[in-house]
Design a binder for this molecule. Sequence first.
Ligand SMILES: NC(=O)c1ccc[n+]([C@@H]2O[C@H](COP(=O)([O-])OP(=O)(O)OC[C@H]3O[C@@H](n4cnc5c(N)ncnc54)[C@H](OP(=O)(O)O)[C@@H]3O)[C@@H](O)[C@H]2O)c1
Length: 229
Amino acid sequence: MKRVCIIGASGKLGQYMVQHALDRGYEVVGVCREKSVAKLDTFRDRITIIPGATNDREVIERAVEGCDGVLTVLVPWGVNDYSSGTAQAVLDLAPADARLIFSCGWHISRDGQDVYSFTFRALVAVFGKLMRLFRLVDIDDQVEACRRIFASDRKWTVVRGSDLEEGESQGLPVWSRHVGDAVLESNLTRRIDFALFMVTALEDDALIQEAPAIVGRRSPSAQTAEAAS
Ligand SMILES: NC(=O)c1ccc[n+]([C@@H]2O[C@H](COP(=O)([O-])OP(=O)(O)OC[C@H]3O[C@@H](n4cnc5c(N)ncnc54)[C@H](OP(=O)(O)O)[C@@H]3O)[C@@H](O)[C@H]2O)c1
């Protein structure tokens, strides 16, 4: 892994991923909206920034050229297929052997075997309807984006984040295949560690074509699982 592209580099998750990637000595190309370029000022001299919308295929084609890995922040902004357009561009245009890592939340299910609490389902349903009503966010489009990724034969990993908090790193989060598994019960991960998991996945072949649901390594449920093992 020498050169990686971070799509959505200026957001909170994106900036943590830039730092982790630089820490590993990777050459970094970041894509972010023109209006957000200044958010990457601290990295300005160490990364290449390509301004543009993440679902703009020309932007993505330029950004992923020569990359061994692509880290994509999937967020379903608006109601014009932003998330699925972004995922499709990466799937179509990234170099054939590149590792493709995508972020999303626990609400995405690969095989329908995830078990969600009533509160979680209610929150997703209410939030999803309200956001769609105001044309701000279309959760169904993130579902569609992931459906396309799961159907692809590329070397993808879809990292499903729990609720997030800020704070110092607790180390690499632990993961499980299904929400509802006991180890995930605490439903909390530090954002810096979500980013760490994304970047570490680039070189972890065991995660190819997996959709790990993650939780903080020092969260109570992860510690209970560790003590029991
Ligand atoms: N927040 C949570 O609690 C949570 C929980 C689980 C999983 N996740 C997953 O984590 C990832 C990002 O999480 P995050 O909360 O840390 O967010 P974030 O990193 O701040 O990412 C938000 C991204 O969306 C972009 N963005 C914001 N407004 C936009 C708009 N109107 N049009 C186009 N792009 C826009 C941001 O770019 P700019 O810099 O240009 O604004 C940034 O790249 C997502 O994949 C999400 O599904 C989040």
